[in-house]
Ligand binder design. Structure first.
Ligand SMILES: C[S@@+](CC[C@H](N)C(=O)[O-])C[C@H]1O[C@@H](n2cnc3c(N)ncnc32)[C@H](O)[C@@H]1O
Length: 236
């Protein structure tokens, strides 16, 4: 059983297209602002690219996707292959664990930048405990030294007060730092999402270094449950 993908994920993503549309549009806008300099992309946790706009992928001459889910490759091709063909971009879809063998992947794709596409925030569900997940995420980030890379992941998720409250909340761009101002901005943002009850920490607070410019995006996963997404890019 895949705790962050597979049939259940595809079914939910397909069924939730209207609810998630504002989130996908905000993701698209944030990706447009990233402007990677590499011409090749290694996309990890690609799934079918339900929330990935084809037009961002079209900027690359080669896109290599990785996912542990065997349904991901055919579904990703179904959703994005035509657009990539139109832009003359090569598309290679691989099935396998890209996080466990990231060092080897980086060696095999020396010219590619890397994008972790909504996968790091779910690492805790694939590990035996939260300490192991945090350790593994730390190791992944260290192995990316010298590489251009980015990520979209959950910071937190939790119940929201009113139906569809998280939908349509404007994205917010902010430099990450641990000041009192930043904590106050986080609280204000949670207020806008209509957060209530206890929120789950997705263990991604150390993915980006302090000072990284990050887009914060609301993802109303279900009408009464919202994920707080972050999108950032690291240049070396
Ligand atoms: C929330 S989904 C990603 C959504 C996707 N980016 C989209 O737009 O549809 C998380 C994906 O990460 C994949 N995944 C989890 N662990 C992985 C790993 N170690 N290597 C590659 N993919 C992984 C899961 O199979 C799942 O498809």
């Amino acid at each position: 059983m895949n705790p962050s993908g597979g049939l259940q994920w595809h079914w939910r993503a397909w069924r939730s297209q209207a609810l998630w549309r504002p989130t996908c549009e905000q993701i698209s806008t944030s990706l447009e602002q990233l402007e990677p300099s590499a011409s090749e992309l290694l996309l990890i946790g690609a799934s079918a690219g339900w929330m990935m706009p084809s037009n961002w992928l079209q900027r690359f001459s080669k896109v290599t996707t990785w996912d542990i889910d065997p349904l991901a490759a055919p579904l990703f091709r179904w959703r994005h292959a035509a657009a990539l063909k139109a832009s003359g971009s090569e598309l290679v879809c691989r099935t396998g664990d890209a996080l466990d063998c990231l060092d080897r992947l980086l060696r095999s794709e020396p010219r590619a930048c890397v994008f972790f596409d909504n996968v790091l925030g779910q690492y805790r569900f694939h590990c035996k405990d939260t300490q192991q997940a945090s350790r593994k995420i730390g190791r992944l980030v260290r192995s990316l030294r010298g590489r251009e890379w980015g990520a979209l992941h959950e910071a937190y998720s939790g119940p929201v007060r009113r139906q569809r409250r998280g939908a349509g909340v404007p994205a917010m761009q902010r430099r990450l730092h641990g000041s009192a101002d930043s904590a106050a901005a986080d609280q204000a943002w949670l207020g806008q999402l209509g957060a209530t009850g206890e929120w789950l920490d997705h263990l991604t607070s150390n993915v980006f270094r302090e000072g990284t410019m990050v887009s914060h995006i609301a993802w109303p996963f279900k009408p009464d449950y919202c994920h707080w997404l972050q999108v950032g890019w690291v240049r070396h």
